[in-house]
Structure formats: C-alpha cells, structure tokens
Design a protein around this ligand. Structure first.
Ligand code: CA
Length: 396
C-alpha cells in the first residue's frame, strides 16, 4: 500500500496579522478589468505561525508572497478582488473569467523565488518526515502550469523516487485537460473529470443514455496512462461546491467501468464504499438534510477482487447496443482466468462474447444471476445481466 499527500499550493488562508498594502480592485467575472485606482487595504497576508516558533521553518509569509486577496480587513468586505501592489496574474492558468489565477483566500505568487524556495523546502520536509509516496495536487488550473514540472522534478531527483502524482483540474473538457498535460510536461496524471460528468449524465438519463458513448470525450480514452478515473468525490456529492452526484442505481455500473477495465488508474470514493450521512449547516438558515448515500462496499469488494485476480491480458469490447454493453479480459500467463463483464441501463440483456475458452464454465461473481454460462466449442458464451445492473462473469 502506498500513501499520497493532498497538497494545496494555490492559496493560503487564516493569516496571523493584517498588513497595510496598496491594491486595485479587479472585476470578479473579468479578471482583466481593473475597477479602481490603487488604494490602501488591510490584507491578512502576514503568516508568522507563532506556535511553530521556527521549529520546522523560519519562513514567514508577507503580502509580497501573494498576488491577490478577497478580504479587506478595513471594510470587513469579502465580495471584492484586490490585486496587490505591482502584482500580475499568472498567464499559464485557466482562461475562465479572463484569467483564473485567483480562486480563493490569499493567492500565492508562484513567480516569486522566495515562495518557490519555501514550497520546495516544504515538499522535501514533508517527504522526509512522513515517507509519503506521491501527491494529490489541488486546484492545478489556478497555478502556473510549469510550476509543478520544476517542483516534482526536484523532489524526484533528490529522493530518486517516482512520487506518482495526480492533479485536480476541474473541467468537463478533455481538450483542456490534454493541454494541461502538455503544458506541464506530463509530470502528473489528472482526474478524469469528463468521465465523472458522463457518469452523472448517464445516471440522470436512465435508459435514454447511449452506453456505447460512455467514454466519448474522456481523458481515459484520450490519454489512458494519464487518467485517474473516479465516480464521485468530496466535491461532487450533494450540497458540495461542484455537486453533480452519480445516482445510486448507476454507481455499480460506473465502478465496473472504472475498476474492471484496462485503462486508467481507478479511485474509490470513501462515501461510496462506506456510505455517508450528513447535515448541511450554513449561517443564517436552518440546517438541511440529512443527506444519505448508500454503501456499495459489497459490490466494490467483489470488483476489487475480480480486478486483482482477473484484470489481465487483452481487452475486447462489445459496445454494440444502446443499453447493453460488455467487454472481455482474456487473462495472462500468470493470471490465466478469463472475465466477461456485461451491464445494462435498460432491460435485462444478453450478449454473445468470445472469451477464448472453449467448453468452459463461468459464474456471475455479483450473484445477480445464479445459472452458470458454458461456452461453446469456439469459446463464445451467451452472457447475461439484469436490467439496470452489472454482472461479472469469471471463469471457474
Ligand atoms: Ca493561483
């Protein structure tokens, strides 16, 4: 088992002291539009870490470590953007809102050599202290794309380790994800956000969604070796900032599409595995909920086991019907068992698929169907699944 650290390098929040600094107001929706002359504000940009007392780092952060803030302590105002004196937005970032360098809180100026130096020092300290094996990197669309090439390269060279890394670039647009992979020199994988939205839309559309198109315009199809596939996450679940949940009935199908195929590095969401119950509490209104999501651990465990024991060899697709699609894994020398997966978002389905195992017996690992499938003399079997469900057929 390996352990990855979740690192947030775009912004810092909760400074210790206010600093007096000149700033100009920037339009929220068009970040290239300056809305005021420079005037003095109170910026919470001085981070002294009094309790750390210099133990792990003596670095203090000042206003010049940041580009832009959205809180003015003079007016207690959080609805304006203040770009700090002499600062510019990074250009190697998402072009949403004209320029999407700023997301929230105090936005780091990653062009500043002291900031870059401290982040490098911090990365080395974190690895030495914790022995982590890689990173989940937050909000990369708001950070200059060349930054992590340097940061990861130095860590990989110094420690002579791979440090598998995956970035969160939140965009339902595979072209922009591919552009980021190019711009960042391929130093990290990205979460397959377009695939998540395909799952979300498919779960809403029911039988009207054409399952043959489930991987259209996804990262796992375009760049399978750079795609971390997932079904839902902490941002997409109900009442979160990017809520776009995959409906419950579709989750087993979505997990089959991520865990049982050759392409992509799949990721299981805690709440999908263990289930979750939570209340949404915000100021000035009654709490809402409870919101509940079901545990799918029983099926996910079966898929994980099937992946480990049968997820090998070539993959042959049978994406030839609007509602019922399937695929076959043919196994390898070390893992000689064959696997056939069939799923439907409509009626009960069946499909003839060639598993290259003549006169062999297959059982449905999901236990949805109790009858076995016996392949014919040419290795073809008539595999079945229930409507709206997935069956995973394993060679006995
Ligand atoms: Ca930024």
């Amino acid at each position: 088992m390996q352990c990855y650290a979740d690192v947030v390098f775009n912004h810092k929040d909760g400074g210790d002291n206010v600093e007096r600094v000149l700033a100009e107001e920037i339009d929220w929706h068009n970040r290239n539009w300056v809305r005021s002359d420079k005037h003095e504000i109170g910026a919470y940009t001085h981070f002294t870490f009094p309790n750390r007392a210099g133990k792990y780092s003596t670095f203090q952060w000042f206003w010049w470590c940041f580009d832009c803030v959205s809180y003015n302590a003079d007016t207690d105002n959080t609805n304006k953007l203040y770009r700090l004196r002499d600062k510019h937005f990074e250009t190697e970032v998402s072009h949403e809102h004209g320029n999407y360098d700023y997301l929230m809180a105090c936005d780091l100026d990653s062009s500043n050599p002291f900031v870059r130096g401290e982040l490098q020092y911090w990365g080395e300290w974190l690895i030495s202290l914790s022995g982590i094996n890689g990173f989940r990197i937050d909000a990369v669309k708001h950070i200059r794309s060349s930054f992590f090439g340097d940061w990861l390269h130095q860590l990989r060279t110094k420690f002579n380790q791979e440090f598998f890394s995956v970035g969160e670039y939140w965009e339902d647009n595979v072209g922009l994800l591919e552009k980021y992979i190019r711009d960042s020199g391929g130093v990290m994988s990205l979460f397959d956000v377009p695939l998540h939205y395909q799952f979300h839309r498919a779960s809403k559309a029911g039988r009207n969604f054409d399952l043959r198109a489930i991987f259209e315009d996804t990262l796992v199809r375009a760049q399978p070796f750079k795609a971390v596939t997932f079904v839902d996450n902490h941002d997409t679940q109900p009442v979160q900032s990017l809520q776009s949940p995959v409906e419950d009935w579709f989750k087993p199908l979505a997990y089959a599409f991520t865990l049982l195929r050759k392409e992509g590095d799949p990721c299981v969401f805690y709440a999908d595995y263990y289930g979750a119950t939570y209340i949404d509490e915000k100021p000035n209104r009654p709490p809402q909920g409870p919101f509940q999501s079901a545990s799918h651990s029983w099926l996910i465990d079966k898929f994980l086991w099937a992946r480990q024991a049968y997820g090998y060899g070539d993959q042959h697709d049978y994406f030839d019907h609007h509602n019922t699609v399937g695929w076959v894994r043919t196994g390898s020398n070390e893992h000689p068992g064959a696997m056939a997966v069939l799923l439907s978002n409509g009626d009960d389905g069946y499909k003839w698929m060639n598993v290259y195992r003549p006169n062999a017996s297959f059982y449905d690992h999901t236990e949805h169907i109790t009858e076995k499938v016996i392949t014919n003399a040419e290795g073809w079997g008539k595999f079945r699944c229930k409507g709206g469900k997935v069956s995973v057929w394993l060679q006995e």
